[in-house]
Ligand binder design. Structure first.
Ligand SMILES: [Fe+2]
Ligand SMILES: [Fe+2]
Length: 284
């Protein structure tokens, strides 16, 4: 079987529309950012909640994003289990137990794809109604398996922990037990996936500080790419919160969570400053 599969060759039928990050942020339907309803204008919070004017579109867009993310997570974990020979973790090899963990993760993600597709349908969304951002799989294409663990398992599945926590709360507030329970079960799996990433990254790079530093740097780049201009942060002004406790359970140190929190905060402030300038220029 072929190794190292490029993103262009992912198998999708003609319902799917793929896009990159820049296009996605400009897509008005992916409305989970801070532009449309500021916390100030709504009073208390800007979290995705049923009382938001754009709640339906925001929740459906996010759910579709979760579904395509699950497909790519399945593809990425499957590739990592297959692309590298079993060995001691040096060079192009990965420990056999890491392959087993990736295979187990692929099994979990396949289940998540089914659950997310059914939830999307339940929420009234058709496959392909929103664009598919392929950044997750791209982060799973590195030639260094440790970078895949940092970029996918820690950065992007860390984000999944935050998103699932928010969607679980949305389901609870909306009185939708299907959404609430499904998100809770998937969240439990994601915590184990992030923990796998944390544990294996530390273990494989135990005697190679340069490789570890490079992986953590890549993780920060991916985290920053997905800070969405402050769409996720500990501030109530952001639609998605930072799930601090679940991140701790997934092997993030307090310092690491603080770093992500600061990056999110800066991204939010940057976005707000840019909005102020735009509003002033428009005379509103
Ligand atoms: Fe998943
Ligand atoms: Fe996962």
């Amino acid at each position: 079987m072929r190794q190292f599969f490029p993103v262009e060759d992912l198998a999708r039928d003609d319902r799917f529309v793929q896009t990159n990050m820049a296009e996605r942020l400009a897509d008005k339907r992916t409305d989970i950012d801070v532009r449309k309803s500021s916390a100030k204008s709504r009073g208390a919070s800007n979290r995705i909640a049923p009382d938001r004017r754009d709640a339906s579109a925001a929740a459906r867009s996010l759910m579709h994003g979760i579904m395509v993310g699950e497909i790519q997570a399945l593809e990425g974990a499957g590739r990592t289990a297959h692309d590298f020979e079993a060995g001691d973790g040096s060079g192009d090899t990965i420990p056999f137990e890491l392959k087993l963990d990736m295979a187990r993760q692929a099994w979990d993600e396949a289940r998540h794809v089914e659950i997310s597709a059914k939830l999307s349908d339940w929420m009234g969304t058709e496959i392909g109604e929103f664009a598919e951002n392929t950044v997750l799989f791209e982060a799973a294409c590195s030639n260094d398996p440790v970078l895949r663990l940092a970029g996918v398992n820690r950065a992007l599945e860390g984000l999944a922990i935050d998103v699932f926590t928010q969607m679980k709360e949305f389901g609870q507030l909306a009185g939708d037990p299907y959404l609430e329970f499904c998100e809770d079960w998937m969240l439990a799996d994601e915590v184990t996936h992030v923990k796998m990433g944390s544990d294996w990254l530390r273990k494989v790079t135990e005697k190679d500080p340069d490789r570890r530093a490079k992986a953590l740097e890549f993780q920060q780049i991916v985290d920053k790419l997905f800070s969405f201009g402050g769409a996720r942060s500990e501030s109530e002004e952001s639609p998605i919160g930072l799930a601090r406790r679940f991140r701790e359970l997934a092997g993030f140190t307090d310092d690491e969570v603080d770093t992500i929190s600061k990056m999110d905060h800066d991204a939010l402030e940057e976005r707000k400053a840019a909005l102020r300038v735009a509003h002033e220029a428009a005379g509103v």
